[in-house]
Design a binder for this molecule. Structure first.
Ligand code: ZN
Length: 334
């Protein structure tokens, strides 16, 4: 490509960016005009206690099986990847394409079955709770399209999660391969043995296992003993990651379903003005440096909180929730 063509492309990309920025600023301004009415006119739909306890109960009920499913999925992936594929990855620096596709298929399948089941459970608990709360508060609404909206959220989020898990997987293996080919060369056979248990770990977790292997090797520990220790730490990390994913994904579905439920009423014109949402940090999380400052912060329905998030979770394993306060509903009892 010529320099002139490159410059033209760059200029076009800059124009696109500017247009995008202007559009998003316009949307922000429009959202600000929808600012909620004064606090004195507000009514709490559900108490913090109800919303927080329901999330805790959901996690207790749903987390264990999702963790089991995830751990089983990675076990399957580790069994599926062949020595030849790992050797190929070592020589090229990345997983072979057919391995990536295979992982992608497996993840897609996993997310579309197991994960969707867990998301649906979480979304169901949350949206039913909010529907009951809204009805009790005098909102008359049929929620005919809510199921579609939740499904739409699920399918969009499915694609994001598959991409995220696959990227992490690839990055984790790539980092360790790069280290043990470019920085501290390791015999191919040993590297294959190290890589297999890393399937399913985040890049940080994989590096931790890699460092342990190196440490033990430098102490002259026997190969078999090293393999055992490496496998043990890898499994522990996998379990931690499974718990993190389970908790975060359940909380995400729970909070998004709440938002979609309230939005369903708003879009049908069920409120005189926009409801306000309030960030609630669970008691034991108030010291969390990310969530602590967000506690009791409020914004309009589609607005972002100070950390830039429109909804919890703010970070992996975050158990925060949002509350909605509403203005007098149309046709309401008050
Ligand atoms: Zn939090």
């Amino acid at each position: 490509m010529s320099v002139a063509a490159l410059r033209r492309d760059l200029a076009e990309a800059r124009d696109d960016l500017r247009a995008l920025r202007e559009a998003s600023e316009a949307r922000l301004r429009a959202a600000r005009d929808l600012r909620p009415v004064e606090r004195k006119d507000k009514e709490q739909i559900l108490t913090a206690r109800t919303v927080e306890q329901k999330l805790e109960a959901l996690l207790r009920a749903e987390e264990p099986r999702l963790v089991r499913w995830l751990v089983r999925e990675w076990k399957g992936q580790r069994a599926d990847i062949t020595d030849e594929e790992l050797l190929d990855a070592i020589r090229t620096g990345d997983l072979p394409l057919q391995t990536i596709w295979h992982f992608q298929d497996r993840y897609t399948d996993f997310v579309n079955t197991k994960m969707v089941e867990s998301w649906s459970a979480a979304a169901g608990v949350s949206s039913e709770m909010w529907q009951r709360g809204l009805r009790r508060a005098g909102v008359q609404h049929r929620f005919d399209f809510l199921g579609n909206r939740i499904e739409e959220w699920t399918s969009q989020h499915s694609a994001e999660l598959v991409t995220h898990m696959l990227d992490q997987q690839r990055q984790a293996l790539r980092n360790v391969i790069r280290y043990h080919t470019a920085v501290e060369p390791l015999a191919e056979r040993s590297l294959v043995r190290l890589l297999r248990p890393l399937v399913g770990l985040t890049p940080r977790q994989a590096n931790q296992v890699r460092a342990l292997r190196e440490e033990l090797a430098s102490q002259g520990v026997r190969a078999r003993r090293i393999d055992e220790q490496v496998a043990r730490l890898a499994l522990r990390n996998q379990r931690i990651r499974a718990q993190t994913i389970a908790r975060t994904e359940l909380a995400m579905a729970y909070n998004n379903a709440a938002q979609l439920t309230v939005k369903d009423v708003v879009d049908a014109g069920g409120f005189e003005s926009a409801p306000e949402k309030v960030w609630r940090t669970q008691k034991d999380e108030r010291v969390c440096p990310i969530c602590g400052p967000l506690h009791e912060q409020r914004t309009w329905l589609d607005g972002a909180f100070e950390n830039g998030s429109t909804l919890p979770p703010a970070h992996p394993r975050c158990r925060c929730v949002v509350l909605y306060e509403m203005p007098t509903p149309l046709g309401g009892t008050s």
